[in-house]
Structure formats: structure tokens, C-alpha cells
Design a protein around this ligand. Structure first.
Ligand code: PRX
Length: 637
């Protein structure tokens, strides 16, 4: 088996075999990009994408806004489809693996995908969707999700994908904020062998919104009553013309919005543009995963999250690559399923989250050992800091000690990967993400914004092409969240330190956002749900470390009335699951008399978390009610 890495000291480096096939083989790319990052991206945008018209100005910055490729015109769906069909029309674009092993893997060629997207784009037009309209998509991991996204892009509509495991309430909030009139959903999907009803949740989610049309994909073969409001994805697609002229968009036109959690109860609609986002989706997929023409990439993230948008759709397809899309549970029908998929489809580039790795570690290596995994070349990780145990297990058991691990730090806001090590350059160090992608600059700074060995991770100007354009309909929140703390620098809300001169290690969120099994959740959003219950007076949710899920949420609740009981705990846990989704499942609720607060009334979640993790409590003196800390402490023993 080919070895793509060699060990030197405590670090790994690309082997000669990797250097032979690597798009980027040396450090010099970083130096070249640093000399003139704007020129660097200018060249990459021209080389990577097809533009209807080139730009008048490469980069313009008027903080907190900045614009790439100003005056440039292109269409994202054209870049993902039309330009490939002459040269790779019969190449697989998407390999869809249904959850049931009885259902056949579906190979969708570029020509097939092109046809389906064109037709569905015409369906959207027939439903009166116009350029600039927001279309909500609430679909499981099935090809129609990609088709819907690209169809929106084709006609210049803005897609807003909502993770299918989110609740009806979460869907409603996102539909309302986006003001969408059309929803694309399905009758359901398969998960761990069961049929999950999605349409029921969708129907409840659209109540009280402005949704006029619901397009339903028939995944479970359920009998659905179609009418003026509910129409069939399949039937409508047959009624329309087979070609849809792509809308020519400005580089700066919004391609999509994607809601993510912040520090308040309301999720924020992160906006991404067309040209900048696509340029970086293209190049980061190509270089991070060293994707060659015959390679197959599998990013296991759901497309409901940014990782799926960029590395299960726009990145691989803009490159003309082949991607795997797997509908189901990671251990269905047994914990060998993922590795079976890797072998059967000869996956070369595999991208997942540390939480999944830890889960497989727990399930035991026998499930992995049954498979060869010899097609793999590059392994990636994302979503949360990876501990060295998980890193080593991933490296040795999945990569068989042969493949580099690309630890990619980024965010919904950054659109594409920002800090990592490239497979042909390295070094690959357990737990260390690496350095800024060529042409991008990050720094670790102290509270005053000065460079420091340890502190806050910020991004410096010129800001990366894939960075967010803003928060949908909320300029104030955009300015305050990302641009207030450090003048002229983008605030990532992540802590970090320099591992050595070049390489950065990310320590995790420093705001009230938590990462549960790699999923981003807002403690404030969960508190809002709890506080809405008639028994609850106030609450504080904190994330505490968990061996498998990275972090899990626990709540401290002060009751308004009633008595603390197991039943009440259960019903509040159920309430959060139903209002947000199963990923927001609270691990435990502590009923307390009072919550530690500052004079201004801010609940000090850090103190509560440290009480549970037995870390030093830090300054308790600023609290208006320091006595409650001891009371809670006693309750926890
Ligand atoms: O805390 C960082 C963590 O995930 C956050 C972003 O979450 P989200 O917007 O859901 O996007 C996740 C996928 C891109 C970051 O602020 N994070 C992401 N990747 C890493 C990470 N933490 C450490 N190492 C990473 N590789």
C-alpha cells in the first residue's frame, strides 16, 4: 500500500509518493500568496471558474464590508454543471448510497445531474420563484437536496437549507426570517432502519409563515395528497422544459444563506456571495483533499451544515469531481457501514468530525479491520478540536498510518476552510490545525488585539473570498458580533495559541456557543425554550466535556413554581428536543435556587461550567450574589 506520509520526530510530513501527486508540493505557495494576496486570488478565480464577465476590481474593502471580484459575472450552477458536460458528461458526479442495503447505490453522472437541475430550475420558475427570492430547503441527504440547491443557483434564487433533523419550530424561525414563499421537502427518509416522517414536521413548520408552495420529494413512496399548495417534485419536473438558461449573476450576489447559532436566542442567517465563495470552495477542495480527476471525495457532514454545502456540493462539483452522498446512520446496519462504503466506492478523500471518530473508537476496531481502506489518500477532520487519542486512532486505524490528516479549522461564517496543513506540504501534527490557507492571514491576539502567543484567533485584511457578506437582515448584529472587539480584524470567537512559529492550535469557542457532536448550538436558544416553560423562572445552559460528543449541554434551572422532580427534568429535556431537535438533548438539569450573576444581570455561565468540570472558578468577586456559588457547589457533591 502506498504510504503518503513519513514521520520525523513528533510530526508527520508528506512522503515522496505524496509529493509526486500533490497539487501543492512546497512552502513557496504561502510566500508567493503573501506577497500579494489580492493578485493571488485574482489568478485563482480566473483559473478555477468560468466567468461570463471578468471583474473591474479584484477587492474592495469598506469595513465591516468587503467585496471580491467587483463587477464580475458568473453562475454557480453553470460552473458546477454546464462547463463539465462536454468533457465529463458520463463521469459520476454524485454516488448516492441509500441507507437500506437492499436499495441500490445510485450513480448520477454529470449529464444526469445537469438534466435534473435544469428541469427543477424550470419547476421553480413555474412556481414564480424569481432571482433574489429566498427558497427554503428541508431535505435529508438525498440527491434532490443537491439538485434543489443548484436549481436555485441556476435561476439566481437564494437557497436556505435547514438541517432535516431540526424541529418544526426551528424550521419555522428560519422560514420566517428568510421570508421564503417556497419550501422544498420530502415525505421522509430512512434513519437506522426506520422511516422518518419529514412532511409532518414541514407542515407544522410552515404554519404562520408566508410559504405558498411546498414541493415534496417522494422518498418513502408515501401517498401524498397533492393540491394547489403541495406539489410533487417528480411530477412537476416532468411537466417542464428540459433546458433552463442560467441567470447571469454578479459575483457579489448572494448564493445562499445558512442559519447558524450565535450567542442570542435567534439563529443568524449567514450570507455567502457567489464569486468569492465559489472560488474558495473550488481551490480548498482541490488542494486540501488533493482531488485528482479519478478521485472520489466523501464528506460525511449533512448538507444542512456549512461543511456539506462546501465539500458535498459546491467544492467537488465545481471541480468536476465525484462525491459520495450517504443517506443514513453511521452504524446502520452495523458499525462497519462507513468503511464498507469507502471500499465499495473507492473513496480517496474522506472528511469527517472528531465526534464520529471517537464513536468508532468506542465501537471497537474490529469493524474497521474487516475493510481494506486502501483507496484512501487524504483524511480530513473538522468541527471541533481533535484530541490526540482520536487523531492517532484515525491516523492508524482508518489511514493505516499511510494518510495525512488535514485538520481543517473554519466556520459557517468563513464559508470554506481557513486554517490547515496541505497534504503535499504538512506538517501534520496531532491536535494542531496548522497555518492559514495560502492567501489568507490569521493571527492570535490578546485582549488588546496585539499579537500574542495565546489568546483569540482573528483574521486580517484582505479578508478571505469565501467570508460571509453579512447577517441576513441584521447589519447591527453583523457589526457587533464580528467587528467590534478588535478594530479592523475579524473576530472568530475561537481561542487559539501558536504551537510553533507557523502553526496554530485551536482551543475552541470562547463565547456562549457550544459544539455538541460537532454541531453548533446556542446556549441562549436552549435557555429561551426552557424559560418559555410555565414552571421555569430562569435558566443557564453550559457545555461540559464528553468523551464521545466533545461537549454536551447541561442546564441549571431556577423554578418559578412547582417542585424539582425527575418528571419535570424529563419533560423539560423533551421540550428542548422537540423545539430545537434531538441534537439539543440536555444531558442533565440541575434545579437550583439562584444563578451567579454580575451586577449588570449577566449570568456567569463560565462559573457554572467550571463548577461541573472542577476547574478554578476565577473571579467570583464581581458577582452580585457570590453566595449562590457555594450553595450550588454543595448541591453538586
Ligand atoms: O469552534 C470552532 C469549531 O467549529 C466552530 C464553527 O462551527 P460551524 O460554524 O458549525 O462550522 C463547523 C464546520 C466548519 C468554530 O468556531 N471548529 C471547526 N473546525 C475546527 C474547530 N475547532 C477546532 N478545530 C477545527 N478543525
Amino acid at each position: 500500500m502506498v504510504k503518503y506520509v513519513v514521520k520525523k520526530g513528533d510530526k508527520y510530513y508528506p512522503s515522496d509518493e505524496m509529493k509526486k501527486i500533490a497539487w501543492i508540493k512546497s512552502d513557496s505557495i504561502y510566500k508567493e500568496a503573501k506577497k500579494n494576496p489580492i493578485k493571488f486570488w485574482d489568478n485563482l478565480a480566473k483559473q478555477g471558474l468560468y466567468w461570463e464577465k471578468l471583474w473591474d476590481k479584484t477587492y474592495e474593502e469598506k469595513l465591516p464590508y468587503f467585496e471580491w471580484f467587483k463587477g464580475g459575472k458568473l453562475n454557480a450552477s453553470f460552473n458546477c454543471l454546464d462547463r463539465h458536460i462536454n468533457i465529463r458528461s458520463m463521469k459520476d458526479a454524485v454516488i448516492f448510497v441509500p441507507e437500506s442495503t437492499k436499495e441500490k447505490t445510485q450513480k448520477i453522472t454529470y449529464m444526469d445531474l445537469y438534466k435534473k437541475v435544469n428541469r427543477f430550475a424550470n419547476v421553480l420558475k413555474s412556481l414564480k420563484v424569481k432571482k433574489g427570492d429566498v427558497v427554503s430547503i428541508y431535505l435529508p441527504l438525498i440527491p434532490e437536496l443537491i439538485i434543489s440547491m443548484l436549481a436555485c443557483a441556476r435561476i439566481g434564487a437564494i437557497h436556505s437549507v435547514v438541517f432535516s433533523a431540526f424541529s418544526d419550530e426551528a424550521l419555522k424561525t428560519r422560514i420566517k426570517d428568510g421570508k421564503s414563499k417556497v419550501l422544498i421537502t420530502s415525505d421522509g427518509y430512512y434513519r437506522k432502519g426506520e422511516k422518518k416522517d419529514l412532511l409532518k414536521k414541514a407542515k407544522s413548520g410552515i404554519k404562520g409563515t408566508k410559504i405558498k408552495k411546498v414541493v415534496v420529494v417522494n422518498r418513502l413512496n408515501k401517498k401524498i395528497k397533492y393540491n394547489n399548495k403541495f406539489v410533487s417534485f417528480e411530477k412537476e419536473s416532468k411537466k417542464v422544459e428540459q433546458y433552463c438558461e442560467p441567470e447571469i449573476m454578479n459575483s457579489n450576489d448572494t448564493l445562499f444563506i445558512l442559519y447558524t447559532s450565535g450567542t442570542t436566542g435567534n439563529p443568524k442567517g449567514i450570507m455567502h456571495d457567489t464569486g468569492g465563495y465559489l472560488t474558495q470552495a473550488y481551490w480548498s477542495t482541490k488542494w486540501n483533499f488533493n482531488l485528482l480527476e479519478k478521485d472520489v471525495i466523501w464528506c460525511t457532514a449533512d448538507i444542512g451544515w456549512i461543511t456539506g454545502h462546501t465539500y458535498s456540493c459546491y467544492g467537488p462539483l465545481s471541480l468536476g469531481g465525484t462525491l459520495v452522498l450517504y443517506e443514513g446512520g453511521l452504524d446502520y446496519p452495523n458499525p462497519g457501514r462507513w468503511w464498507k462504503i469507502v471500499d465499495e466506492n473507492k473513496v480517496t478523500s474522506f472528511y469527517t468530525a472528531p465526534t464520529a471518530i471517537r464513536m468508532f473508537m468506542r465501537l471497537g476496531e474490529k469493524w474497521v479491520n474487516k475493510y481494506k481502506l486502501d483507496s484512501l489518500k487524504v483524511l480530513g477532520t473538522v468541527g471541533e478540536p481533535i484530541d490526540s487519542d482520536a487523531w492517532n486512532w484515525y491516523f492508524n486505524k482508518i489511514g493505516k498510518g499511510r494518510c495525512p490528516i488535514i485538520d481543517t479549522w473554519w466556520q459557517t461564517e468563513t464559508g470554506a476552510n481557513m486554517v490547515n496543513a496541505l497534504p503535499g506540504v504538512g506538517p501534520f501534527i496531532p491536535g494542531v490545525a496548522g497555518r492559514s490557507f495560502p492567501g489568507i492571514k490569521h493571527e492570535v491576539v490578546n485582549e488588546k488585539g496585539r499579537k500574542s502567543k495565546k489568546g483569540f484567533l482573528v483574521q486580517l485584511s484582505p479578508f478571505a473570498p469565501a467570508m460571509l457578506q453579512g447577517i441576513f437582515r441584521n447589519k447591527k448584529r453583523y457589526r457587533e458580533t464580528y467587528w467590534k472587539r478588535f478594530k479592523g480584524k475579524y473576530d472568530t470567537s475561537d481561542g487559539a495559541f501558536y504551537y510553533d512559529k507557523d502553526n496554530i492550535r485551536i482551543t475552541g469557542r470562547i463565547d456562549d456557543v457550544i459544539k455538541v457532536a460537532g454541531h453548533r448550538l446556542s446556549t441562549a436558544e436552549m435557555e429561551n425554550v426552557l424559560n418559555g416553560d410555565k414552571f421555569v423562572n430562569e435558566s443557564a445552559v453550559v457545555g461540559i466535556p464528553d468523551k464521545i460528543r466533545g461537549e454536551v449541554p447541561v442546564a441549571f434551572v431556577v423554578l418559578e413554581k412547582g417542585k424539582a422532580s425527575k418528571e419535570l427534568e424529563k419533560s423539560l429535556i423533551k421540550l428542548i428536543r422537540s423545539k430545537i431537535g434531538p441534537i439539543a438533548g440536555l444531558n442533565k438539569i440541575y434545579f437550583v435556587e439562584d444563578l451567579p450573576k454580575t451586577r449588570s444581570g449577566k449570568i456567569m455561565r463560565r462559573i457554572l461550567r467550571n463548577l461541573l468540570t472542577k476547574e478554578s472558578l476565577g473571579g467570583v468577586s464581581t458577582l452580585v450574589n457570590p453566595g449562590c456559588v457555594d450553595v450550588i457547589k454543595e448541591q453538586l457533591v
